[in-house]
Design a binder for this molecule. Structure first.
Ligand code: GCU
Length: 429
């Protein structure tokens, strides 16, 4: 499969043409000299010396990401939220899993926005399984060709190869993203997978993101779009992940204290922001998350802030747009997003050909988050030099780079399972 087709499968066809503007830097020797903001120094200048100091500094950093990057999340758990069981645990996938589906109504209004959560548990589940929770691009029906899974009804980017036509998922989309979700591998290793479509939370286009989905639920009278410091689409998607976790907290087959939040690409950025804000997530995995995900922005290698704000301004808060071409003026860089998760385990995965996402920049964020982990008595990333292909490094922070392009593969899942097994005390594969 070509990289181009893989990219299309991400549901990003319409965005692809905007990629790689002329002048994109892929030359390591042209990465400018930069100095990173120090996560262990207060905004006022004092040094962060103890776990108690870090608590305060963590608050400062969180506020900066809210105000300047992803926007402030409007609310926690909505008052009228309710869960509806669409189908109880039943054997599925030829006996490899138990399937269950739940609907999360985000408000008391039955016609309001709602998100369908598809869950596959180990087939012999009796107790509570640890969970990989991740949003998907094309709808739950694309995760497996499993006819019992409800077709997604929300707006999607057109994508003929993946069975999305007229901006809606068709029957042809069943299983279209199966290569990205190692369901049988996950359940065989003793984990559950819970997934929902990001389009159920907020549509991924500039025109509708602020008019449909959950963002308008929180508008004041007469408000048409979020204020400059209020959340955008990444903020909304991250909030949706927290609502899925609310559901898992009362799901008898799931262990909500061992949930690994995972995402690919823009949903990798989302997983990091979800993990940074919501400390109930026990572990965070960002796959090929790139610019405004795990990659350091100040390197301006591959995608830059100017490119991403042009491509998808609706992902961020209004305040972020002023940083196009001004990376050095950002009060944060992405190592601080990882540091917000400390001391919880975080895993970052890169792909060799995914230069747009800046693999080295993704690695360096972990290196520069490590002092915060150390301060909290954890080891951080046990490597200073970037490892070669297929040589995963795993401490409290973990990293690998594999051959190939922008995608989630069986190799990636093998490492995610190994990393989560080690931290969750699961036997694994
Ligand atoms: C584009 C965008 C990236 C994003 C990716 C995706 O490539 O520039 O920032 O990660 O789409 O989400 O597929």
């Amino acid at each position: 499969m070509t990289d181009r087709r893989r990219f299309c499968l991400a549901g990003a066809a319409a965005l692809a043409s905007a990629q790689e503007p002329p002048g994109t830097n892929y030359d390591e020797s042209k990465v400018p000299a930069y100095s990173l903001p120090d996560p262990l120094r207060f905004s006022g200048g004092g040094e962060v010396r103890s776990p108690g100091d870090w608590k305060r500094r963590r608050g400062e950093i969180l506020r900066l990401f809210e105000r300047e990057v992803y926007g402030r999340t409007a609310a926690g758990r909505p008052e009228g939220m309710r869960f509806e069981i669409l189908s109880g645990a039943e054997p599925a996938l030829g006996g490899a899993a138990l399937r269950k589906q739940a609907r999360i109504h985000f408000s008391a209004n039955p016609d309001g926005p709602k998100m369908d959560l598809l869950m596959y548990f180990p087939p012999d589940s009796r107790g509570k399984a640890p969970v990989f929770l991740g949003l998907n691009f094309l709808g739950n029906q694309a995760v497996r060709n499993d006819p019992a899974v409800a077709l997604n009804r929300n707006w999607q980017r057109n994508n003929e190869a993946a069975g999305i036509a007229g901006n809606r998922a068709t029957e042809a989309s069943r299983g279209a993203a199966a290569g990205r979700w190692a369901v049988e591998r996950i359940t065989a290793a003793g984990f559950a997978l819970a997934t929902a479509c990001y389009a159920d939370i907020a549509p991924d286009n500039e025109r509708d993101a602020f008019r449909q989905g959950v963002l308008p639920l929180y508008y004041r009278e007469g408000q048409q779009k979020p204020a400059p410091e209020e959340w955008g689409a990444i903020g909304a998607w991250a909030w949706g992940l927290s609502r899925a976790l609310d559901y898992l907290e009362q799901e008898p087959l799931a262990d909500a204290r061992r949930v690994a939040v995972m995402g690919h690409s823009r949903l990798g950025k989302t997983a990091l922001w979800a993990g940074a804000q919501d400390e109930r997530f026990a572990l965070v995995i960002a796959n090929n998350s790139g610019c405004m995900g795990a990659a350091l922005s100040r390197r301006r290698y591959g995608e830059t802030v100017a490119a991403i704000t042009k491509l998808a301004p609706h992902w961020f808060c209004g305040n972020f747009l002023k940083y196009a071409g001004r990376e050095d003026d950002l009060p944060v860089d992405q190592h601080m997003l990882i540091a917000l998760c400390a001391p919880r385990p975080v895993y970052v995965a890169s792909a060799e050909e995914d230069r747009w996402a800046d693999p080295r920049g993704e690695f360096l964020s972990l290196v520069h988050a490590t002092p915060v982990y150390r301060l909290l008595g954890a080891d951080g990333l046990p490597a200073r030099e970037m490892p070669g292909l297929h040589q995963p490094v795993m401490g409290r922070l973990g990293y690998h780079i594999r051959a190939g392009g922008h995608n989630v593969t069986g190799y990636d899942w093998q490492q995610f399972i190994a990393f989560a097994s080690r931290h969750f005390g699961v036997k694994g594969e």
